[in-house]
Design a protein around this ligand. Sequence first.
Ligand code: FAD
Length: 448
Amino acid sequence: MHFDQGWPLSNAEYPMPSPDSTHSYYRASMSEPRARHAPLRGRCETKVCVIGGGFAGLNTAFGLTERGTTDVLLLESDRIGHGASGRNGGFVFGGFSRGEGALLHELGPSRARALYAGTTAAVELIRRRIQRCRIECDQRETGVIWANWFRDQEVLRARQRLLAEHYGVDWQWLPETDLRRLVHSTRYHDGLFEPQAFHFHPLKYAWGLAQAATAAGLTIHEHTPAIALERSGGGWRIRTPEGEIEAEQVVLSCGGYLAGLRRAVDAGVMPIATYVMVTEPLGARMSEVMTTNAAIYDSRFAFDYYRPLPDTRLLWGGRISVLDRSPDAVKRLLYRDLLKVFPQLAGVRIDYAWSGLMSYARHQMPQIGRIDDGLWLAQAFGGHGVAPTTFAGEVLASAIAEGDPQWQEFADYGLVSALKPAGFIGAQLSYWWAQAKDEWKAWRETSN
Ligand SMILES: Cc1cc2nc3c(=O)[nH]c(=O)nc-3n(C[C@H](O)[C@H](O)[C@H](O)COP(=O)(O)OP(=O)(O)OC[C@H]3O[C@@H](n4cnc5c(N)ncnc54)[C@H](O)[C@@H]3O)c2cc1C
């Protein structure tokens, strides 16, 4: 998602989500018992050690095994998919948190197009992997709608033009009458439909990916936080509570759940919380809300995002904040947002609510590349990370296994400081400011 200009907190400064806030629909709806990977005990050696079992780490590890590098070990401090990757909205679409206009301006047409194309290729790669590895992840090939909260069409028209002219991507125009036939809310005007996008159950996908990668030779250790990283001869030594690893190469991919291994790496991102809730099954009532299976988000800076689930529940997400919130607070906040769009759902029961941390860099682009000899980084995917983490996994796997220099294309978006703690205040203020501007614009439109 384009949680564009906001960003937030470090381990020390940030109240990590309480265990309750991980009470997610995704966990509750895992169809099979998840394979457990034993914590690391003792010493071992490996060619590549990947730290972090979210999509960035999993995709890098899987990409390595696909390229014949089977001596790969992945450490996860909790369980696979514990972070943003196992809690997100499940939208799988191209692009980065950084807008396409900014990319064009900063990189020029051909480099911007090449980077964007990496994310649309990643959407296709996810599709292929789901099919090839037979991952059951409630995939819904129904596209994504960007619904206009405002009457003013220009923002949508301009984005549609920009995507077509510079990125070769066709988002289809959805006139207000058509949109309202699909989504029964008077809040929206026109929309853009992204047919190549889809949505899925991200935790099932993370687990499927982990299973496929272990079948191909990857070793995973869960409940194994990396607690120290230091040089050792030509490689690296990683310490864990009960073990030690000597690795030729290391990949840091810890997202907003900062690893505490390298100061500059943690300082480079703001962890920002965002919230999700899931209703009770709506049954036939779903048709009062929507008659499309597309996933939907709107055109405000602080947008809502939602999608129908296979069991007729509605998954609803939104808000970004530097504050973590309890599941009850998340429910209260998001329920109000839900009723603004679908008043017909008044009284609906909310069965699940949780929060997750995204990692944002100041430049709103992922930080991907080599930061020291044999030390690689993939973080700062923000709120738009499912496809970009897959892209990053390919870039890093081909760099490590084959010496591919493509990672240097991300050099413009380096490891700059996120200016914590002042950045938290700036992030929250800029979020509120953008939210206020949206409210003002909507108010002006309705009062004219
Ligand atoms: C609520 C929410 C909704 C979102 N919705 C969408 C969406 O619909 N579509 C989309 O494209 N993107 C979405 N995003 C963003 C997307 O989920 C992220 O950008 C992406 O998952 C980031 O993946 P990651 O691997 O970098 O981080 P994470 O998935 O957070 O993984 C990092 C992992 O590292 C582990 N770790 C941390 N420190 C250590 C350590 N020292 N040792 C070992 N392990 C460690 C953590 O436990 C964690 O599992 C959303 C994010 C959130 C939070």
